[in-house]
Ligand binder design. Structure first.
Ligand SMILES: [Fe+2]
Ligand SMILES: [Fe+2]
Length: 170
């Protein structure tokens, strides 16, 4: 018999070492719930990519070129976040979603900026919670990667806040 190599499940099993009675297996259920939560985050990243593309296209007015550059600059970050999450979900045995959250309709630049800001704030809240979950599961690599995504989303959020803060003066 070949020796059993340690698997990712071992990390989850460590957390269940005190629980020998529950049925169905709570570790399997919790693992699925982490996959579901990461898929929720992935849908948000896909939304961010679609949002930046659509808002870039629809922008009008005197600030079109600057705001288009702002949205375009975020696409690579959000795409990278989406790829990371899809890779992680697949490696955990899940099916990465292909469905973005709906993009809120916006016809005016300020509305677009406000929707984008709300999405960044939501992402920071979600990744903060997800990072805590990853730590609980001993998933240090996942935790660090999620924190890196929080750094990116915080930069996006602050940039949007700065643009909106001076909006009435423009
Ligand atoms: Fe993102
Ligand atoms: Fe972002």
């Amino acid at each position: 018999m070949p020796s059993q190599a340690p698997t990712k499940n071992d990390a989850y099993a460590r957390n269940a070492s005190n629980d020998i009675t529950s049925q169905p297996d709570p570790i399997v259920a919790d693992r699925q719930s982490l996959i579901d939560d990461l898929n929720h985050d992935l849908a948000g990243e896909l939304q961010a990519v679609v949002m930046c593309i659509q808002y870039s296209a629809k922008l009008t007015g005197p600030h079109r070129r600057e705001l288009r550059a702002l949205f375009q600059a975020e696409i690579a970050d959000e795409q990278g976040h989406a790829q990371f999450l899809a890779d992680k979900i697949a490696s955990m045995g899940g099916e990465p979603t292909t469905v973005p959250r709906p993009v809120p309709k916006a016809d005016h630049p300020r509305e677009m900026l406000e929707h984008a800001l709300a999405a960044e704030r939501q992402a920071i809240t979600n990744y903060t919670e997800r990072s805590r979950q990853a730590e609980t599961w001993g998933e240090v690599g996942l935790k660090v990667s999620l924190e890196s995504q929080i750094v990116d989303e915080t930069r996006h959020k602050e940039e949007l806040e700065r643009v909106l803060a001076g909006w009435d003066e423009s």
